[in-house]
Design a protein around this ligand. Structure first.
Ligand code: P6P
Length: 333
């Protein structure tokens, strides 16, 4: 039974992800279940990645493979494994016609009849793997704009974030959680390993308008290009806010979603346009933040309205509780 409470979905806590997806499918007219199946394919791949992360300490899949990804960052073995798992699941599932990934230079065209595109960071925060700190997968789903059956083009992927049909993340933490939105609110599912199922644990999640936690790498303060950020950090300290920075954005974002707070990655000398990737990190989390009543900006414009011009485009990012993000924008002005 689905009650539409102020245009949100109300389904019983404990319902499995599969049943939840099936139920919300009926909410959207003229869908033949392709998006539902795509979400299931992503969830299934995440269960395999979760298993590999959990045994990383036992099996020799730790440490770098000695290659670098598209951004010149050292690829950890689990990064590569996660990319293979998600890409294979998407290709076999048939609902996605193409994918871009942090681990791959360009886009992959599956040459099928699928109508959805996926932008994915298979394992964000992977530098934390060796020290047993939470890591995450981030995904964003778009509809292709060129005709089905023709070769994919860059234009299919270069749609701004307002065109996302769904977005989410998997947090491999003390528990593994699958959090996503299709535009009808934010829902979190906790993995119950004895069942091998994700079960609904948080429904219609809302981010506090104001929090008391700020997440930023203050060690980079001397290289921030915008002095307004230092002014905001002084404000946080004057308010005795808590500084929490995990080094895995998904984990910082999720805590801020649950408790209120803000995550900041400003422009620095090393990253003059910001470090985080627009297409497969920031757009997805910005969609979730806004669906939960929060805000996401690059300091001047809404993340979801930034026009993509390259697959691995970076952006500055201020995301979280609405009033906190607005205060940062005021400091930057
Ligand atoms: P820094 C991980 O590499 C990541 O993309 C985010 O998950 C994390 O918040 C940030 O970069 C950490 O970057 O420069 O503070 O080490």
């Amino acid at each position: 039974m689905i009650k539409m409470e102020n245009s949100k979905i109300a389904l019983p806590i404990g319902i499995t992800l599969d049943r939840f997806i099936k139920k919300i499918e009926n909410l959207h007219t003229n869908t033949k279940g392709e998006l539902s199946q795509l979400l299931r394919d992503i969830a299934l791949a995440s269960k395999v990645v979760n298993r590999e992360i959990n045994k990383a300490g036992l099996v020799d899949i730790l440490g770098n493979v000695g290659q670098q990804n598209s951004g010149g960052e050292e690829q950890q073995k689990l990064d590569v494994l996660a990319d293979i798992r998600f890409t294979r699941a998407l290709s076999k599932g048939g609902e996605a016609c193409g994918v871009i990934s942090e681990e791959v230079e360009g886009f992959v065209d599956f040459n099928n009849q699928g109508k959805y595109l996926v932008a994915i960071d298979p394992l964000d925060g992977s530098s934390n793997i060796d020290v047993n700190v939470s890591v995450g997968t981030i995904f964003s789903i778009l509809k292709r704009i060129t005709p089905i059956g023709t070769p994919l083009t860059e234009a299919d992927f270069f749609q701004n974030g307002t065109h996302q049909v769904a977005a989410g993340y998997i947090l491999y933490g003390t528990s593994t959680m699958f959090v996503f939105t299709t535009g009808d609110g934010v829902f979190a599912f906790t993995y119950e390993s004895t069942l091998g199922e994700y079960v609904l644990s948080h429904s219609n999640m809302q981010m506090k308008e104001e929090g008391a936690i700020y997440s930023i790498n203050e060690g980079l303060s001397k290289s921030f290009k915008d002095q307004g950020i230092l002014q905001y950090l002084d404000y946080c300290k004057a308010q005795s806010y808590s500084a929490r920075y995990i080094g895995s954005m998904v984990a910082d974002f999720h805590r801020n979603l649950m408790k209120g707070g803000v995550y900041l990655y400003p422009a620095t000398v090393d990253y003059p346009n910001g470090k985080l990737r627009l297409l497969y990190e920031c757009n997805a989390l910005a969609f979730i933040a806004e669906q939960a009543g929060g805000k996401a900006t690059n300091g001047k414009e809404r993340i979801l309205e930034i026009e993509p011009k390259s697959f691995h485009q970076r952006t500055t990012l201020y995301i979280g509780s609405k009033k906190m993000v607005e205060q940062i924008e005021d400091c930057i002005k």
